[in-house]
Ligand binder design. Sequence first.
Ligand code: FE2
Length: 240
Amino acid sequence: MRGFIDVHSHVVPSCDDGAEGIEEGLALCRIAFETGTDVLFATPHAHAPWDTFPRSPRRDAVYAAALPVMQKEAATWGLDLRRGWEVYPTVIAPENVEEYSLEGTRGVLIEFPGFWLDLDDAVAIVCEAAMIVESAGLLPILAHPERCRAVADDPGCVRALVERGWLLCANAPSFLGGHGQTAERTAWALLDAELIALVASDGHTRGRPPVMDDAYAAVCERRGEAAARPLFTGSAIPWC
Ligand SMILES: [Fe+2]
């Protein structure tokens, strides 16, 4: 299987918890390409100021320097590497939302707060951010809802977001237990309820690589290829 489109990865160095340098980043890109990904979005963290990886001039400079070098090299193999961000909800504001769009699309990747943050109002702050994105004429893509405690407790709580047209983007490793049993159970529950629009790798390192093929096989087995394929090939992405 080729043709995967992966909207969520940390393969371009930006001083977050993804690739530490261009050499490692290109090795991760190569892994993505060799496992079937044709379009790969680099989405460094844009965390809240109180968290681990907020944007900074230094991080922006590292990212801006590495990306074109890596794009040029990846293109020689046939991998389309694109610019993006994974944005924490409270970072999004009307004045900055455009700069966070995934390159060549009208989508903005918003990070669903994970269980490690243990927020009571995670879904509410995601909704607030998504409304800002929507008001700017862009489309919210909500990353790894299955890793959010509130969603795990009640997967149906995100149905209203889906009905509004927003896209839920599950992490590929979640379907295979890579983020623990709770995320695994929640990812399948969301998928079976037809609430998932996209699957992405959220690849960070060689130990957590940007691969989609194993999750694709698992989703094919459970839901059939006709249902699985659009989720892994970006059929819901709002291309410009
Ligand atoms: Fe991520």
